[in-house]
Design a protein around this ligand. Structure first.
Ligand code: NOJ
Length: 758
């Protein structure tokens, strides 16, 4: 047997990789580049691939991973498999593990510490299952809301996305990814995948390199700098070149220019797609060669790649140094992940006894993880409207038996209720609340799966809190997400008429969101608008508040609901504890503090509505739709108010290498404590190319008791004000920049001053 010199952990990493590479045959190397999707092969085929030395499998759970790992490590060189999984918002494909709010919901928290904790918890649960690698986070931007995967993004803004995403990466990988409770992250989908025409998934993205570098590259560059060990190439074409064939983007920009030393995995069947969908060749040999030359290292779900590449090599039609480079990258990551050294990472136990299941059950959704999940859900919810009804804000409400003294309750007389009605198709829907990428949807849809963990839906959350406060809860679904529902609306109205406050839970459901589920029309489906119209009539007559709770993957056309409702709480896909978190906000136990990471349209035809538009549109709006979005990026209310005064720059003139400090005094002018998210934007007043109307350049969160003020300072690196010139270089131009700070991206919410760059 080969002497496994590479197992000597005292040797430098490079040396260990080289020793192993020296021992490998060409076939063994090519096999390392293959990733097999467990859901599309039989278990016999999977076993064969493990014995052939396939470098990776995805979507394997439980004992199956242990069986495959045993086969792999029994191979000639014993190279372990790296198991990948889509733990997108928690390890949610495993029924029983923590289901966090979606990435879009998490972004509403604008809280990078929380994002890191979410990553840590997910890593612990994924690692407990013997898996090593999650295909997360997503750095695509949600700029066309018709796109089915907006729920997976951190919203529309590259800066926020970069900060949240790198925090999640820190949570997954930690300082040492070989730690038994850490996993490898994957920055995806490189690049501009969400920007395809018409919001069509996996389609043509007609943008040039300037836009790629200016808008889409920065968060990925930040991920590479943060040490993210893998990247996934997108499905789509960019200016007609498939991402996985894009040598400039993958090899030249990502690997050479940004110095990324990890490995690139293709997305699902990308090599096959070069033939079948994108049609740039008609055979696997060409497709495999194109993918290797472009810079892909691991090939997901195109097993034909293996034979095709062996044949290319035999015919001398592939540069073998490229294969060596890919394999070295993969092995390097395997070493860094501890796969050769850390026994906990290699679960190859016999099939009869399954001690790791026991172990994992102690980890999955344990109390400590629930605490992080609850905090994430609370901080992810955004109060979008809170008007007065009979002289008192619609929210919060409290029951007559509420004896707690909550620091977040506005003083005076919060609304006291005896009975509330909970209505709507998403009031008691676990599936709508979970959103995409859970055991309901992946690796194959099991819509009827029974959750093996306790979930508080909106109804249950409200029931829990209401019961502590002596409040009676009435419930009616009102309508289904799709049906016309005339009779049930009448029934719901009759229930509403018996209440002191009415909650209506609206939004979308699983098949209206996610991969392959793009929408041409973002209007609320079924009778949801009609239901809200009817409830509004009842509530207005009785002078009781109608409170809309939005349970949805992404922004929809909510204008009619917003006009009808007195208060609106956006919860997106809030996970296992979403109902409890929402109820605690509604009943004033905690203050809402979420801010939108994405703008809401009034109408689908108004898209795109993201805040950082390019100026110059004649008249600036459609003839038949207002110019402004329904809700803008950064917006979100609390149960108090914040004022901003005295914007100051540490220097009014700066050089291109300076970092300046922008400060402002923020005061909590209301009657209860809360957290404000202070946002810093910059507009380049005049530049050699047209720049966007403003760009987020910084943010920070500040907790303030009622009546208290604080000076808040945010750093601004002048370097970050660069434009991309014709040579695709980032350059800061001399001139004036309008520095703005305030509550959200709307000009009326921002204080401004001028910085001159010389
Ligand atoms: C396709 C998706 O685009 C990607 O996000 C995911 O990670 C892979 N499939 C693996 O499931």
């Amino acid at each position: 047997m080969e002497k496994r010199t590479w197992l000597d952990a005292s040797l430098p990493l490079k040396k260990r990789v080289a020793l192993l590479m020296d021992a490998m045959t060409l076939d063994e190397k090519i096999a390392q580049m293959v990733q097999i999707s467990y859901s599309v092969v039989t278990s016999e085929e999977a076993d064969k691939w493990a014995s052939t030395g396939a470098g990776s499998f995805l979507h394997v759970l439980g004992n199956n991973s242990r069986r495959l790992q045993r086969l792999a490590t029994e191979n000639r060189l014993g190279i372990p498999v790296i198991f990948g999984i889509d733990a997108i918002h928690g390890h949610a494909i495993h029924n029983g593990a923590t289901v966090f709010p979606s990435q879009l919901a998490l972004a509403c928290s604008w809280n990078t510490n929380l994002a890191e904790k979410m990553g840590e918890v997910t890593a612990r649960e994924v690692a407990a299952e013997g898996l090593h690698w999650t295909f997360s986070p997503v750095f695509c931007l949600g700029r066309d809301l018709r796109w089915g995967r907006v729920n997976e993004t951190f919203g529309e803004d590259a800066f926020l996305s970069g900060k949240m995403g790198t925090a999640v990466i820190r949570g997954y990988q930690g300082d040492d990814p070989s730690h038994p409770e850490r996993i490898i992250a994957c920055a995806k989908h490189y690049i501009a995948y969400g920007e395809s025409t018409g919001g069509r998934d996996s389609y043509e993205t007609p943008i040039g390199m300037r836009t790629v570098r200016d808008i889409f590259l920065p968060p990925f560059a930040e991920a590479a700098r943060a040490g993210c060990l893998t990247f996934m190439a997108g499905y789509q074409t960019i200016d007609r070149v498939p991402c996985s064939a894009h040598k400039k983007l993958l090899r030249e920009i990502l690997k050479d220019e940004l110095g990324f030393t990890g490995f690139v995995v293709t997305d699902w069947s990308n090599v096959t797609s070069l033939i079948k969908r994108q049609k740039i060749t008609d055979n696997f040999e060409d497709a495999s060669r194109i993918a290797i030359e472009a810079g892909n290292d691991m090939i997901m779900t195109s097993p034909e790649f293996y034979e095709a590449t062996r044949s290319l090599a035999k015919k001398g039609k592939i540069d073998l140094t490229l294969i060596d480079d890919s394999v070295a990258r993969i092995l390097r990551v395997k070493f860094i992940a501890g796969l050769f050294d850390v026994p906990e990472k290699i679960k190859t136990l016999s099939l009869e006894k399954d001690p790791t299941a026991e172990e994992s059950n102690r980890v999955f959704n344990c109390e400590a993880h629930q605490a992080v999940n609850y905090e994430t859900a609370v901080q992810s919810m955004v109060l979008l409207k809170n008007d007065e009804v009979k002289g008192t804000p619609a929210l919060p409400i409290r029951g007559k038996d509420d004896k707690d003294v909550h620091s977040v309750l506005p003083q005076g007389s919060p609304r006291t209720v005896n009975t509330v009605a909970v209505i709507g198709p998403n009031s008691d829907s676990v599936r709508a609340q979970f959103g995409d990428w859970t055991f309901f949807t992946h690796p194959v849809p099991h819509l009827d799966a029974i959750p093996e963990l306790h979930v508080t839906t909106m109804l249950e959350g409200i029931r829990e809190v209401a019961s502590q406060q002596g409040v009676k809860v009435l419930w009616d679904k009102g309508c289904d997400i799709f049906d016309p529902a005339k009779e049930s609306i009448a029934r719901a109205c009759s229930i509403a008429s018996k209440a002191d406050a009415v909650f209506v839970c609206l939004g979308d459901t699983l098949i209206q969101t996610g991969e392959g589920h793009d929408r041409a029309d973002l209007a609320l489906s079924g009778a949801q608008d009609a239901l809200t119209d009817a409830l509004a009539v009842v509530c207005k007559k009785k002078k009781i508040p109608l409170i809309a709770i939005l349970v949805n993957g992404k922004p929809l056309e909510f204008e009619r609901v917003v006009n009808n409702a007195d208060a609106v709480l956006e919860t997106f896909n809030s996970g296992t504890l979403g109902g409890r978190a929402a109820a605690d906000i509604l009943f004033g136990k905690v203050a809402p503090q979420g801010r939108l990471p994405i703008s809401f349209p009034r109408k689908t035809g108004q898209l795109p509505v993201y805040y950082n538009q390019v100026p110059g549109w004649h008249d600036g709006s459609y003839f038949d739709c207002e110019a402004t979005p329904l809700f803008a990026f950064g917006e979100g209310l609390s149960y108090t108010w914040f004022s901003y005064e005295n914007i100051q720059l540490s220097q009014k003139t700066a050089s291109k290498t300076d970092t300046i400090q922008v400060s402002v005094t923020v005061t909590n002018t209301g009657a209860c404590a809360s957290t404000e998210t202070v946002q810093l934007y910059v507009t380049d007043c005049y530049s050699s190319i047209t720049t966007t109307v403003r760009e987020l350049k910084g943010f920070t969160k500040v907790y303030l008791e009622a009546g208290k003020s604080k000076k808040v300072t945010i750093d601004l690196a002048v370097e970050s004000l660069a434009i991309i010139n014709e040579e695709e270089q980032a350059v800061v131009e001399n001139g004036e920049f309008n520095i703005q700070i305030g509550h959200d991206s709307r000009p009326e919410s921002l204080l401004a001053t001028i910085l001159t760059v010389k």
